[in-house]
Design a protein around this ligand. Structure first.
Ligand code: SAH
Length: 397
C-alpha cells in the first residue's frame, strides 16, 4: 500500500472527516490514478484510505477514515446500498431522483440519477473511474434498474486528467437503447434525453422548488408568468399546473425550448398558454421593461455564474442585475422565484444580493420562503461544501 504523508498541521480537515486532500497539503508520496493510498499525518498516524488523483488539485479523496476498512468491491456495494436505502426513506414525489450524490454519500466524484428504470451516472474523479465496473454492477443490483447510461462528460473530468466518456455502460440484450425517457414528477410528466440533455438530462435538484412554485402560483392567483432560464420547462409546467393563464419560457438553448413546448403538450395544456423565447434572459428582461410589460410571477434559475469564490464579485453583479430587472417587471403583489446554483456564492451572500437588487429597483418585498436542493442531493455535516443551490420566493409589496 502506498503512503501519502501530509505536511505538518495539514491533518486537521481529515480528522474532521472532510474527504479532500489538496495538492499543497502533501509532503510526500505518489501513486497511480485512482489507486488506493494510506494517508498519514506528518507524525505517521493513520488518517484515511483514499483514492489518489495525480492530475487533480484535489490530490486524494478519502474513501474511509476507519483503519480497519478494506477498500474493495464490498465497501462500494455497501455504500451504494446505503445511498439507495436513504432515498427510499426521503419524501420524493417522483420516479426520478438522485441516488448517489458524491461526497455526501461516501462516494467522492460519483453522481447517479435514476429516471424510472434507467440510471444515468457521472464518474467525475480518478477513484470512482477505477472502480467503475464494480460500481455499475452494484448500482443495478440495488436499484433494480437494468439500464445504465454513462455521462462522464462534465468539465470536472478534465481537472482529473480523465477523457470524456459517454454511452451505455449496462444495457440488457435486445434493448434498443433509447435515451429518450419520460419521468413523473408531482402530478406531471416530463421528457428528457440522457444522452443529449444538460448534466444527466434533467435538473432533479429543483423538484421541491417547482412544487412550491406551482402551489404559490395557485395560492396567489398569478396569471402572467415569465420563466427565465427555463431549460426544458419544468417551472413552466408547474406554473400551468398552478393555473397560470400564460407562461413565457426563456432560454438560450433551442433544443431545450423545443422540449419545453413538448412537455407543455404532454401535460395536456393548450399550446396558446405557452410561448418560448430563444434569447438571453438579461436582454429579454430589459426589452420587456422598455415595452411596459408586467408579470405576476417570474422565475430566475440561471446557470452557475460563480464556479468558485474567486468569481463571486463578478457573479454578484450579474445576479443583482437580473434580479433588479425582475423586481421592476413584477406587478404589485407579484412573486419572484430566484435561485443561485453557484458554490462560490453563499446563501447569506445571495440573500444580500437579492435584497440589494430590490433596493436598487426601489421596491420592497417579503422574503417569503427559502429553498434549497431537494433532499436526495444531501448537504451533510462532514461536507458543508455540498451546499450549492439556494433560492428565495419573494413577494413584491
Ligand atoms: N429551471 C430549469 C433549469 C435551468 S438550468 C429547470 O427547472 O429544469 C439553466 C438554463 O439556463 C440552461 O437551460 C441554459 O441553456 C440556460 N442559459 C444559460 N445562459 C443563458 C442566458 N444568458 N440566457 C438564457 N438562458 C441561458
Amino acid at each position: 500500500m502506498k503512503v501519502i504523508k501530509l505536511r505538518d498541521g495539514k491533518e486537521r480537515s481529515l480528522l474532521r472527516r472532510h474527504p479532500w486532500v489538496f495538492e499543497g497539503s502533501i509532503a510526500g508520496g505518489r501513486a497511480d490514478a485512482g489507486e488506493t493510498v494510506r494517508v498519514e499525518s506528518h507524525a505517521g498516524e493513520f488518517l484515511a484510505w483514499g483514492a489518489y488523483s495525480p492530475a487533480s488539485a484535489i490530490r486524494v479523496r478519502a474513501w474511509s477514515f476507519d483503519v480497519a476498512e478494506r477498500i474493495d468491491a464490498s465497501l462500494f456495494d455497501r455504500r451504494i446500498a446505503q445511498a439507495i436505502a436513504l432515498r427510499a426513506r426521503l419524501p420524493i414525489d417522483s420516479d426520478a431522483m438522485r441516488l448517489v450524490h458524491g461526497e455526501a454519500d461516501g462516494l467522492p466524484g460519483l453522481v447517479v440519477d435514476r429516471y424510472g428504470d434507467t440510471l444515468c451516472a457521472q464518474f467525475g474523479a480518478a477513484g470512482v473511474e477505477r472502480f467503475k465496473s464494480v460500481m455499475a454492477d452494484a448500482l443495478l443490483r440495488h436499484s433494480g434498474c437494468a439500464r445504465l447510461y454513462e455521462r462522464s462528460d462534465a468539465s470536472v473530468r478534465a481537472l482529473e486528467g480523465l477523457a470524456a466518456t459517454t454511452g451505455w455502460l449496462r444495457l440488457p440484450a435486445g434493448d434498443a437503447g433509447t435515451t429518450e425517457l419520460t419521468l413523473r414528477e408531482h402530478g406531471w410528466r416530463l421528457t428528457l434525453d440522457v444522452a443529449e440533455g444538460h448534466k444527466t438530462g434533467y435538473y432533479l435538484d429543483q423538484r421541491d422548488a417547482r412544487k412550491l412554485f406551482a402551489d404559490s402560483v395557485r395560492h396567489f392567483g398569478c396569471q402572467r408568468v415569465l420563466n427565465g432560464y427555463s431549460y426544458t420547462g419544468g417551472f413552466s409546467v408547474a406554473a400551468l399546473a398552478g393555473g397560470a393563464a400564460h407562461v413565457t419560457s426563456v432560454d438560450s438553448s433551442a433544443p431545450a425550448l423545443a422540449r419545453a413546448t413538448a412537455n407543455v403538450a404532454l401535460n395536456g395544456f393548450a399550446a396558446a398558454r405557452h410561448s418560448v423565447l430563444d434569447a438571453d434572459v438579461n436582454q429579454t428582461l430589459r426589452r420587456a421593461l422598455a415595452q411596459g410589460e408586467r408579470f405576476d410571477a417570474i422565475v430566475l434559475d440561471p446557470p452557475k455564474f460563480a464556479p468558485s469564490a474567486a468569481h463571486a464579485e463578478r457573479a454578484a453583479r450579474a445576479y443583482k442585475d437580473i434580479n433588479r430587472l425582475a423586481f421592476q417587471l413584477l406587478a404589485p403583489g407579484g412573486l419572484l422565484f430566484t435561485f443561485s446554483c453557484s458554490g462560490g456564492i453563499s446563501a447569506d451572500l445571495f440573500q444580500k444580493i437579492v435584497a440589494g437588487a430590490g433596493l436598487d429597483a426601489g421596491v420592497d418585498g417579503l422574503f417569503y420562503a427559502r429553498t434549497s436542493a431537494a433532499p436526495d442531493h444531501p448537504m451533510t455535516v462532514t461536507f458543508p461544501e455540498g451546499e450549492y443551490l439556494k433560492g428565495w420566493a419573494i413577494l413584491k409589496r
